[in-house]
Structures are given as C-alpha cells and as structure tokens.
Design a protein around this ligand. Structure first.
Ligand code: GLN
Length: 188
C-alpha cells in the first residue's frame, strides 16, 4: 500500500512541505477537507498565520476530524503556526481555541522585535545540527510531564514531542533539508 502524507493546505507554506516530501519520493497531498484527510496516514500542519488556520479548521470541520484521528494515533507534525494550532494553551490569544493535542503552553510572536525573524543552529536529539529558520516564531513557555524535548534554543524548547504529536517553532521546510521530515515519517 502506498502511504500518503497530508499537508494541511488552508493557509501558509504548505507548498514547501509538499516539495520536500516529493523530493523524498513520498506521496504527499494537500488537505483542505475531511475527505482529503481520510486518504492520509500522517499530517503536517505548516507555518502561516495560526489565527487564520484556526478559523478555517473550524469552518471546514477539520478540527474535529484531526482530533479524532490524532486520538487514533495518526502522527501530526506542526511547524510554527502549526505548533500553535496543536498546543494545549495559547497564552496571548483569547479568541483562539487550539486543538489541545500536545501538553504545552505557547506564546505567539514571542521573540522581541530585534529577533523577529532569524536563523540559528539547533542541535536535535538523534539527528544532529540543523539550521532552524524562525519567522515570527512562538515560544514554548511551559511543557507537561509527558513531553520529550528534542531541541532547545537559548534554553527554551523549540522541538518537542508527545507520543504521535511533534511540534517545532522553527521552519525546516525553508531549508533544502529533509531530515526532520524523515524523522517524522519514522512515527508511522
Ligand atoms: N506568527 C505566526 C502566528 O502566530 C506564526 C509564524 C509562522 O508560522 N512562521 O501564527
């Protein structure tokens, strides 16, 4: 059976994720509704604008379906805005209701103005050093007991996992690097 990886394509940089997956010879599709999701064994939620992605998830009904599939162990990888969407709690956004699939508290746009967007070398457990691209990135400010920290930057977690859910506050897809995608596919 051919395994299909879905990339949530409601808003944001889904095209870059698809490109990386295709370069890895992985079958990847854009996910815009529940029937797209049904074809997928795993899902990537890309960077973009978390409030917009959140609203569109609700309108499309994908929020409930993603939660259901996550509870049945579907692997999900959220990058940047995708990490915010998956968090248990978003500290500085009252009108935003995240999917609560990973036990972290997260703060949007949490690096000050000077560090608004930047690149930094991140050392990832089991993978090694990668160039992380942080674009108006959030900060994971609190983690639950079941969280495994895979990478830190300036003492704060930037890549963490809990069971089948992986989130990172930086973009791996803007680099011509498929190591994190490869790591995520290992969840299958
Ligand atoms: N600042 C965006 C948000 O809060 C996230 C930025 C990104 O995904 N690169 O949704």
């Amino acid at each position: 059976m051919v395994i299909t990886i879905g990339v949530l394509a409601l808003q944001g940089d889904f095209a870059e994720h698809i490109k990386i997956l295709e370069s890895m010879k992985v079958n990847a599709i854009e996910v815009r509704n529940n029937s797209d999701l049904q074809k997928c064994s795993a899902l990537i939620i890309p960077g973009g604008e978390s409030t917009t992605i959140g609203k569109l998830l609700k309108i499309s009904g994908l929020d409930r379906e993603i939660k259901k599939r996550a509870k049945k162990a579907m692997p999900i990888y959220g990058t940047c805005a995708g990490a915010i969407v998956l968090a248990k709690k978003v500290l500085n956004e009252k009108e935003f209701f995240p999917l609560e699939l990973i036990d972290v508290e997260i703060k949007r746009n949490a690096y000050g103005r000077q560090l608004d967007s930047f690149e930094a070398e991140v050392e990832i457990k089991g993978i090694g050093k990668l160039n992380g691209v942080f674009i108006r990135a959030p900060v994971i400010s609190k983690i639950g007991k079941k969280i495994e920290v895979l990478a830190k930057f300036e003492g704060k977690p930037v890549l963490v996992k809990q069971g089948n859910i992986l989130i990172g506050t930086f973009h791996p897809e803007t680099e011509k690097n498929s190591e994190l995608h490869n790591y995520f596919l290992g969840f299958l």
